[in-house]
Each structure stands twice: as structure tokens, then as C-alpha cells.
Design a protein around this ligand. Structure first.
Ligand SMILES: C[S@@+](CC[C@H](N)C(=O)[O-])C[C@H]1O[C@@H](n2cnc3c(N)ncnc32)[C@H](O)[C@@H]1O
Length: 183
């Protein structure tokens, strides 16, 4: 699952960048919040999108693991936070809940916990995504992709907050859950 975007390393499958490009063009979010900067390549892509469109972009990681992209993040106006997301629940929820559509990407070390924690802050038409997702746990030996979250782990919160799977044909093969909060 290792890829490069303009030379920047990201832990994503091939096809992820065009899929996000298509989602972003359609959604036109006011802000993107990435939980889990990791190596930083996806953040560079999202940072360029944000720079070009005026969308705000926030990325969080408890460790500065990126491959020396700090200067690039600064040039692109990326709001980079090195902190534990679970210790910053209130401020992250305030960002999600602010005016305008939010795209929330759950890609940290505990996708199930972060999805279930932050979903209640979403507004109608906001989109929440979670990486390393399979609809159901794959039988042993059938996939080399990591499975860190399945629909059963988020079904209750999706039901409670009216979050419906969205663009599944595009995102499920890329190991992303994509859900839109509806009325
Ligand atoms: C899979 S990587 C992110 C990959 C990145 N989004 C990409 O596409 O290349 C997960 C990151 O989550 C971070 N992480 C784990 N637990 C965290 C926490 N409690 N708060 C903030 N970041 C955390 C790890 O340090 C790691 O860099």
C-alpha cells in the first residue's frame, strides 16, 4: 500500500489520489481534517488542493513522522498539529462543527475509536472516511491489505447519526469507508 505523490511518500493504494480529487471537486469542502499525517504524502496532496481552492486543511499526528515535508506544509498553509487526537477532542470537534462542509479522514492508529468518537460532531452533508476498511473482515490469506475497521464496528454510530455509505464503488477497493451525514 505504499505510493508516491509527486515524490512524496504516502501509505495509500494506487488510484487514491484521483479518487480524492474527484470527491473534492464534487464536495467542495470548507475544510479537510486528516487524523494521522503519517509519512505526509497524502497531506501534501490535500495541502495543494487546499492552497489552490482556499479550503482549510488540518492534519494531526502524535509524532512528526513525515519525510521532512515541514517547509512544504508551511508554504502550502497546512495547519499541522503534532499532538494526540484523543487529548484534543474538544478542539477537533469544534473544527468539524464549524460553518461549511467538513471532510474528516480517520487514518490514525485506532480507526474504530476515532470514527466513533468524532462522528457526533458532523453536520448534515459532512463526509467522514476511515482507512484500512473492509465491509467485513476478509478470510485469512485472502488479502495482503491491512484490515483495521469493518462496517460492523461503526454501524451503530452510522445509524445514530444518519451516516450513509457514499461512493462505495470508488472507495471500498481503495480500502476507505466513505460516509455522508444526511438529514
Ligand atoms: C497509517 S499512518 C497515516 C497515514 C497517512 N494518512 C497517509 O495516507 O500516508 C497513522 C498515523 O497515526 C498516528 N497516530 C496513532 N495514534 C495517534 C493518536 N492517538 N493521535 C494522533 N496520531 C496518532 C501515527 O503516528 C501514524 O503516523
Amino acid at each position: 500500500m505504499d505510493r508516491f505523490f509527486l515524490g512524496c511518500y504516502m501509505q495509500q493504494k494506487e488510484g487514491t489520489v484521483p479518487a480524492f480529487d474527484s470527491l473534492l471537486s464534487e464536495m467542495k469542502p470548507a475544510r479537510i481534517i486528516e487524523l494521522g499525517t503519517g509519512a505526509g504524502g497524502l497531506s501534501v496532496f490535500l495541502g495543494i488542493y487546499s492552497f489552490a481552492t482556499g479550503c482549510a486543511f488540518y492534519t494531526y499526528d502524535n509524532l512528526p513522522r513525515d519525510r521532512n515535508y515541514g517547509e512544504l506544509f508551511k508554504a502550502l498553509g497546512v495547519n499541522r498539529h503534532v499532538c494526540d487526537i484523543f487529548a484534543n477532542e474538544k478542539s477537533i470537534k469544534e473544527l468539524i462543527a464549524a460553518d461549511g462542509r467538513t471532510l474528516l479522514l480517520c487514518d490514525n492508529g485506532n480507526k474504530k475509536a476515532e470514527f466513533n468518537l468524532f462522528a457526533d460532531a458532523l453536520k448534515v452533508d459532512d463526509i467522514i472516511m476511515a482507512h484500512d476498511y473492509f465491509p467485513e473482515r476478509p478470510p485469512p490469506g485472502t488479502s495482503t491489505d491491512s484490515c483495521e475497521i469493518i462496517y460492523g464496528a461503526i454501524a451503530e454510530v452510522c445509524d445514530t447519526y444518519n451516516i450513509h455509505p457514499y461512493q462505495t464503488d470508488l472507495f471500498t477497493p481503495l480500502r476507505w469507508f466513505c460516509g455522508k451525514r444526511e438529514k
